[in-house]
Write a protein that binds this ligand. Structure first.
Ligand code: HEC
Ligand code: HEC
Length: 187
């Protein structure tokens, strides 16, 4: 019995190491997407200022017209996002028009801020329920698969660069990463 357990443990080791490797490769691809302006222009910090990076106005650009999302994250304290960002499905085919999705356009909670952060920082945040909107690994995969905001990043419409690869690729990478125990590069 003892010998069998040793054999099993030894056999399991290379597999675990492999899962860790491919988990880290999956994370590297997830980071390429999460650090893309189509995501980071919304995933901003406590000052509540959405960004306009990579839209043709330069690389370190805040939203025009002094837009501030406030604590509500939807601009309730000043100009609501919905004044310009309509909550309805749409092709977003007019360059430089305010993008629309079938949900209330808003910033994520401040704990989900990624703009300007490193791979190690975003990875640590995303696997911690305190800074990933309280999601279990399964719910995280589900969010990526179904969120209209994530989908928008891949189909932002005329004049805006989409996030790299496809939504299906990103969902698969989240499946690989969570199944491998959410490894970060420094682990
Ligand atoms: C219009 C703003 C907006 C854009 C653009 C956006 N998000 Fe989000 N994101 C949100 C909001 C808001 C939440 C919080 C959950 C909710 O209210 O739906 C969120 C939550 C998340 C979460 C779950 C919590 C966490 O941090 O682990 C993930 C993962 C995520 N977004 C990934 C992305 C990715 C990847 C992109 C780009 C391809 C992206 N988002 C683009 C607004 C946005
Ligand atoms: C007065 C109109 C107006 C209001 C109000 C407004 N926006 Fe925008 N927003 C725009 C326009 C126009 C664009 C498109 C800029 C471009 O593509 O050149 C835009 C683009 C964005 C982008 C960039 C999307 C991308 O793909 O990079 C984000 C993020 C954003 N808005 C967030 C917000 C948030 C959050 C609010 C509310 C707090 C808000 N906006 C309120 C007009 C507005």
């Amino acid at each position: 019995m003892m010998r069998m357990m040793v054999a099993l443990t030894l056999a399991a080791l290379p597999f675990a190491a492999q899962a860790q490797d491919s988990g880290q490769e999956a994370w590297a691809r997830i980071f390429e997407v999460a650090s893309h302006p189509r995501c980071t222009n919304c995933h901003v910090g406590a000052d509540g200022r959405p960004a306009w990076d990579n839209l043709g106005y330069g690389s370190d650009r805040l939203h025009g017209m002094n837009i501030v999302a406030g604590e509500s994250r939807i601009g309730a304290e000043s100009i609501p996002c919905r004044t310009c960002h309509i909550s309805a499905e749409g092709a977003n085919d007019r360059p430089h028009a305010a993008p629309q999705v079938d949900d209330a356009w808003r910033l994520p909670p401040v704990e989900l801020a990624w703009r300007g952060k490193s791979s190690a920082e975003i990875c640590a945040q995303m696997r911690d329920p305190d800074s990933n909107d309280g999601l279990t690994p399964e719910e995280l995969v589900d969010h990526v698969r179904t969120s209209v905001f994530v989908a928008y990043g891949f189909t932002p419409g005329e004049g805006r660069d989409p996030a790299p690869r496809t939504l299906a690729d990103l969902t698969l990478d989240f499946e690989i990463w969570t199944a491998a125990g959410m490894p970060c590069a420094a682990d």
